[in-house]
Design a protein around this ligand. Structure first.
Ligand SMILES: Nc1ncnc2c1ncn2[C@@H]1O[C@H](COP(=O)(O)OP(=O)(O)OP(=O)(O)O)[C@@H](O)[C@H]1O
Ligand SMILES: Nc1ccn([C@H]2C[C@H](O)[C@@H](COP(=O)(O)O)O2)c(=O)n1
Ligand SMILES: [Mg+2]
Length: 215
């Protein structure tokens, strides 16, 4: 891989073409339930779920030249350089026929946020933020049992630290823009989804009104 500047230039040359998309960023600590609830939102509201973590894990499996670097960073709970993750997100958006995306686990830090905005021009509709205590998230991660290399107590502690130091400031940034919809993610799964439904049903009726007005 070349320098960050070269890689960013490469992305910006492709951008998203003419594709117009609606994006919701889904943020929250490790184990707060983002992936679980994204599956529910996909089923009920027709969004496509793009998990940055899943895309990075697929990149490792594909045998890509960045695979070893990504694997090492995930094991250490560190955040992979933005140009790598943005390229994966950009390709996933362009290859998909849908125009509504839940981007889960991204932006994870200020570098992710600024680079994504710069190279794609996408401003999120809103940020769905999963609020949950570390104690509860730790319990969930240790019980997840999906064979993830980062679901061990040592890496979990590092991921919590990165979340507080690097990811929460991104949430605060969007909060200052009035774009954060905060969910109490400590509740049981069906109750969390009931709260999410209120938000997405209101988005769906807002879109319907716009369609009626413009037609
Ligand atoms: N509200 C909930 N109550 C109890 N368990 C939950 C809840 N939501 C999710 N879980 C469970 O917690 C674990 C972590 O959930 P999930 O994978 O959705 O979290 P995540 O936010 O995507 O985590 P990561 O950032 O590590 O990918 C899973 O085993 C899931 O079944
Ligand atoms: N924007 C991102 C998203 C994820 N990663 C890496 C680092 C995370 O600990 C790991 C797992 O992500 P998750 O599945 O928990 O969302 O993937 C990253 O570097 N940058
Ligand atoms: Mg997840």
């Amino acid at each position: 891989m070349g320098s960050a500047t070269e890689a960013t230039k490469d992305i910006s040359e492709n951008l998203l073409g003419d594709k117009k998309v609606t994006v919701v960023f889904v943020l929250g600590g490790p184990g707060s339930g983002k992936g679980t609830q994204c599956a529910n939102i996909v089923e009920h509201y027709g969004f496509t779920h793009l998990s940055a973590g899943d895309l990075l894990r697929a990149e490792i499996k594909s045998g890509s030249e960045n695979g070893t670097m990504i694997q090492n960073m995930i094991k250490e709970g560190k955040i992979v350089p933005s140009e790598v993750t943005i390229k994966l997100l950009q390709t996933a958006i362009l290859e998909n026929g849908n125009d509504k995306f839940l981007i889960d686990g991204f932006p994870r830090n200020e570098e992710n946020r600024a680079a994504f905005e710069r190279v794609t021009g996408i401003v999120p509709e809103f940020v769905l933020f999963f609020d949950c205590s570390e104690e509860e998230m730790e319990r969930r991660l240790l019980g997840r049992n999906q064979g993830r290399v980062d679901d061990n107590i040592e890496t979990i502690k590092k991921r919590f630290k990165v979340f507080v130091e690097s990811s929460l400031p991104v949430v605060e940034h969007y909060e200052s823009l009035g774009k954060v919809k905060r969910i109490d993610a400590a509740k049981p799964i069906p109750e969390v989804f009931e709260d999410i439904k209120v938000i997405f049903s209101s988005l769906a009726s807002k879109v319907m009104k716009l369609v009626i007005i413009s037609s």
